[in-house]
Write a protein that binds this ligand. Sequence first.
Ligand SMILES: Cc1ncc(COP(=O)(O)O)c(C=O)c1O
Length: 382
Amino acid sequence: MIYFDNSATTKISPEVLTTYDTVSQKIWGNPSSLHNFGEEAWNLLEQARQQIAKLMGVKPSEIIFTSGGSEGDNWVIKGTALAKHRFGKHIITTSVEHAAVRNAMAQLEELGFEVTYLPVDKEGRINPADVKAALRPDTILVSIMAVNNEIGTIQPIKEVGEILKDYPNIHYMVDAVQAIGKGLDDLVFSDRVDFATFSGHKFHAPRGTGFVYAKSGRKLSPLIDGGGQERTMRSGTENTPGDVAMARAIRLVKENEAATVKNEQAIKERIYDHLKQFDHVRIFSGRNAGFAPHVLCFAIVGVRGETIVHAFEEQGIYISTTSACSSKKHAEAGTLAAMKVPENEATSAVRISLGDQNTLADADEFNQVFDQLYAGFQKIID
Ligand SMILES: Cc1ncc(COP(=O)(O)O)c(C=O)c1O
């Protein structure tokens, strides 16, 4: 089996599972309880927070644990709206965000907020000048993803940050869910970024874990009120085993980051160079440094994306249509539509997303299977 769907989710790593298991069995007290058993859990949770903060180069108090990327995105967007609506109701985002951002914005629009959706170019990238042009006295938030989950485009996070330095009151959020472990921390934690969102299951941590980087001094309203956990920012009994296991997963990711990026880039290039030889193939991801190393989106024009996914599945290779979230709903590919890719190409699009367990041998096997399938598809296309 070759698993090329790592942007959808990753397998929990054995070491991380051991940590989860050990903490669940041995240190299962409630971190808020006053007794020793609770204190032990509290200390472990704070140690996990410190480890993550150290690896990310930020302060422990700036790490807030959540249940994943969707929660983080919703919290920062709606938490900003709640905290700052008296100052303005205008938000700027891109036309290629994940549904967690897109749908949170849509909800705010129903409540009277105005959202500017920035256009993208042929590579799915916004122009920072468009951010500047869209800024208004009532703008409270600019939200831009670091790495696009459908085609892997890296957005100009730093350039937008430079523009926002002249607008210190505006919150700047980066959805960094697809950026972790891809050599992009310099971008995600560049100095003007106020908030960044992360999801544990994208980097071999347990499902239902994640965190938000929230810069000191920036105000967000909580969305989940209750017992005041996470310094009142996110109530609910803490997921101690999950969060401690996630800290371990980040340590592992960081230890191997440079090698992983190199390996994923090499696999991507091997497949890219193979695919580009075929007449009916259209590749949407770039091979250059403007794209993350792990995502490769392409179409066999004339064959539906679902058909391609199932044909590879029959050969033991797992890929996806452009995003796991939209694939079941048959939604048209948001990013490709924003790039003005013709509909017949967009409906043929599929995504390969690599992880640290993939090898060049996987790429060779994929290319071989591709040749067989393409020969079969040619009958449908011609
Ligand atoms: C860019 C991006 N943001 C947010 C999410 C949502 O993350 P989660 O699955 O942890 O809710 C995803 C998931 O694919 C994503 O790719």
